[in-house]
Design a protein around this ligand. Structure first.
Ligand SMILES: [Mg+2]
Length: 370
């Protein structure tokens, strides 16, 4: 089989209400870069590179990868991955070059599944838990009044998810009001994860962490800048609450530093940016050697969701699928068939060959952006 074409489909959606997170920041637009690989056997692979800056992913794939990918055997995934990384290493060891390679890698794994006629997780090691299911948590609550956030959290908990995640990060006093309100609403049987989106410095982050410990929060996500790996190790030495981080980290080399410095309890590689399925498998293996759990970050379209599902399904030290509960029109609509989620937030592993995704014509027409 040979690659005959590589395209990047760029999609976007303006949110009806901005999603507030730490330090008063808000997300008002979600962009996506989907990589589509065509072959001489008529099979098509679809992947996703981390694409809020979708036009950068498109430019890198079009200009740096496509010219030499055409004519290659798409089943030589390791070799093609290495070549992509070697192409970008001189100017981008952590960033959109790796994200663009991640999108291509994901499309290659989708193609491989279709070529061999099996769902991609079977090529990655099969069902790691033996029950054909993976556990999801409900993500994400965004900054709002304490009572509105509590109401949304309660709605998610009522669907059976054992854990709900919220964004905070606008000062100790205001953060604590929201933690209390959400905890009161969901009760003691449902866990709460708190995500700071890198909002604090070490002094504030330590105070915040102690407050979250007092309220029995399940994990404390990205309190500090991803540059401050020593700061993560410092926080972990002072706090009992598990620290989750890694969505802004890249490749096994980046995670190696985080693990060696003992900076994380739950590693959160993002398949769409850390190096694709190929590299995330290796990051998880590296984490396993440090006895660290992984929970891949997943704020994405349905394509990234599917890749994350297949990866978690086949990886024993992966806990918790991050399931986006927002009404995002590029999420479930890109899956070939609807996810089967039971009343405890367990998701059945999809069985279509490859990743089980498609880009419907109506979606293309409605959400295409340049
Ligand atoms: Mg996060």
């Amino acid at each position: 089989m040979k690659i005959t074409d590589v395209k990047v489909v760029t999609l976007g959606h303006k949110l009806p209400e901005p999603n507030g997170c730490s330090r008063g920041r808000a997300i008002s637009f979600r962009g996506a870069a989907l990589v589509v690989i065509e072959t001489d056997e008529g099979l098509q692979g679809i992947g996703e590179g981390y694409g809020p800056e979708y036009y950068i992913v498109k430019t890198i794939v079009d200009r740096k990868f496509k010219p030499w990918l055409i004519g290659e055997d798409p089943l030589d995934i390791e070799r093609l991955w290495r070549k992509m990384l070697m192409t970008t290493v001189y100017w981008d060891q952590k960033g959109q070059g790796v994200a663009a390679a991640s999108g291509v890698d994901m499309a290659l794994w989708d193609l491989a599944g279709k070529y061999y006629g099996v769902p991609t997780y079977k090529l990655l090691g099969g069902d790691a838990r033996g029950n054909m299911k993976i556990q999801a948590y409900a993500s994400d609550l965004f900054w709002d009044t304490p009572s509105n956030m509590a109401k949304t959290a309660k709605k998610h908990a009522a669907k059976g998810f054992p854990i709900v995640k919220t964004h905070l990060g606008n000062g100790l006093v205001e953060d604590e009001k929201r933690v209390k309100a959400i905890k009161d609403a969901i009760g003691d049987d449902v866990g709460l994860m708190v995500d700071m989106n890198c909002g604090y410095d070490r002094v504030e982050a330590l105070k915040l962490g102690r407050m979250l410990e007092k309220h029995g929060v399940y994990w404390y996500e990205e309190p500090l800048s991803p540059y401050d790996v020593d700061g993560y190790a410092y926080l972990k030495s002072k706090l009992d609450i598990p620290i989750a981080t890694g969505e802004n980290e890249y490749t096994k080399w980046g995670f190696k530093e985080l693990f060696q410095k003992n900076g994380v309890d739950f590693a959160m590689p993002d398949i769409m940016r850390c190096g694709g399925i190929t590299e995330t498998k290796k990051i998880c293996a590296l984490a396993e050697a440090f006895n660290i759990a992984c929970s891949p970050h997943n704020y994405t379209t349905g394509v990234g969701l599917a890749a994350t599902l297949h990866l978690i399904a086949s990886t024993p030290n992966c806990d918790w699928l991050e399931l986006d509960m927002a009404d995002y029109p590029l999420y479930h609509s890109l899956l070939k068939r609807p996810l089967e989620i039971d009343n405890k937030g367990m998701i059945k592993i999809p069985q279509d060959p490859g990743l089980g995704v498609e880009i419907r014509k109506d979606i293309l027409k409605k959400y295409s952006v340049n």
